[in-house]
Write a protein that binds this ligand. Sequence first.
Ligand SMILES: [Zn+2]
Length: 346
Amino acid sequence: MHDARDLVLARLPSGVRIRTTVHVYGEGRLVDGPDGPELGVPADGGPVVYAQAAQHGREVNGTAVLRRLHERLAEAGEGAAGEDAVDAELEGTLVTVPVADPLTFDRVSYTTPESLDAIHSNMNRCWPGDADGTLHERMAASLWTFASAADAVVDLHTGSPAMLTHAVYMRDDAACRGLAEAFGTDLLLAEAAGDEADAEWSERGFAGKLRVAATREGVPTITPELAHSREIVPGAVDIGVRGMIGVLRHEGLLSDNPAPWNGTVARNHLGRVEAADSGLFTPDRGLSIGDEVEAGDRLGVVHDPATFEPLQTAAADRDGIVYSIAREATVTAGATLVGVAERLEE
Ligand SMILES: [Zn+2]
């Protein structure tokens, strides 16, 4: 059973409504509430999973994943076969929002201009939102109604041009870890919890991420990062669809068990090799995402483009796995050249 409705997220200064579409599959229904559609689930119903994509509008692979998943679910019972096949009605409810932020989607951007939201240009810094707040806070609050009613949340994103596909979860949170394993990317990045995390988050302004807000409310949440932005990458979409089906199995909406996970867990965010000065960055030939590096290994050189003077020989500051490489050569001081995730466990 599939149902879809228009949801008004907020209004623009002109009065034009910012709308998106909410889809519901399985046991739940969309019912009319005072402020628009609301989720109705039967009292004896199964678990609820919420998935959204494109709160950073240029990150279109997540949107493609939700369309492909829609087709799989629509084919259910029609004899679909193969690895991605869904062969049963859902025992529970799946809620999806393929375009969480239409403002950034239309601009093919990551953030909105100051004229739309001077405080939170990045929607993923203002969860759980505020119905009386700024434009992005209102939009987040509308979607939070659905996300906070779920038993698990998947917030689909994509990364930079050279970033290894991975899923981020709250370190030491077993439920989030289980969800991440069910999604099944080879690399899982564990973001720190506790005091360390609060320092890390406030430093980087991460406290308002949907994943962090929902996990703090007790809703296990993961952020898959599927390939890169602006382009549909078929392999990444395949991983995303398999990941969503793994999550539906893990949460009990589908009866099979997710495939056993056998990948690598590494630590997020701290291992960033930064540009010591502005210039042109040339990664060493042969340096690829997924490479294992040791502290001190040479990664590339930053040159002054006009004088040719080498400004910095970039080197790994720790042992780990290369999970991102800056491929846009022009770098400013402090920009990340290479992301090195520290291996936590085999
Ligand atoms: Zn994103």
